[in-house]
Design a protein around this ligand. Structure first.
Ligand code: VGL
Ligand code: ZN
Length: 202
């Protein structure tokens, strides 16, 4: 059984959003077409309280994109984004949503960031995604969404560690940085993921 995992296709990561990923909107028509090829479609949603400590605004002496430490973990300080209940946190209005069977929210604990759809960055808490997928008989996970070098990458790593066969759809993701994208792909290949173009599924 194959599942399509749609990672954080939210307004704040799209052009005009507070943490816009370059060309993030280019993936939406692809992702909409892909959904019909899957037994199961699941989404993740970055869902932060307004005072989340990953926000640079919570550290008055620090600036956006500065790297610091948060409760023992390396932390990039982001612009405020995906605040619970805000328009920026909503899925794109262009995203086809009727086939999404479940939404896994993450980043709700103000003290720890959560890039992966499976666990927070400190592996303190599971979202339940792995168990849910296994419970539905899923063995293969295909990843699409934003950002390729953060939440898609960390989700793919955890999916591999959880024992799923992992496919990273390289044209159905966009990255915050091109260097980060190359690094993410190289690392995922080393860990056993397949990097594939989405047309192989269409
Ligand atoms: C993301 C940075 C902060 C992502 C989420 O969805 O890739 N990146 N929060
Ligand atoms: Zn976030």
């Amino acid at each position: 059984m194959r599942a399509l995992l749609l990672i954080d296709i939210q307004n704040d990561f799209l052009p005009g959003g507070s943490l816009a990923v370059p060309e993030g909107d280019a993936i939406i028509p692809i992702v909409n077409r892909l959904q019909g090829q899957f037994d199961l479609v699941v989404a993740t949603q970055d869902w932060h309280p307004p005072q989340h400590k990953s926000f640079a605004s919570q550290h008055p002496s620090k600036s956006v994109f500065e790297v610091t430490e948060l409760n023992g973990l390396e932390q990039v300080l982001w612009p405020d984004h995906c605040v619970q209940g805000s328009v920026g946190a909503e899925f794109s209005a262009e995203l086809e949503q009727h086939r999404i069977e479940a939404i896994f929210r993450k980043g709700t604990d103000p003290e720890v960031d959560s890039y992966s759809g499976f666990f927070d960055n400190g592996y303190r808490k599971s979202t339940g995604l792995a168990g849910s997928l296994r419970g539905k008989g899923v063995t293969e996970v295909y990843l699409a969404g934003l950002a390729a070098d953060y939440c898609v990458y960390f989700s793919a790593k955890d999916a591999l560690a959880e024992g799923f066969k992992v496919y990273y759809l390289e044209d159905a993701v966009r990255a915050i940085s091109t260097e980060g994208f190359q690094k993410a792909k190289a690392d995922l290949v080393e860990r056993g993921a397949q990097i594939i173009p989405s047309h192989t599924l269409l």
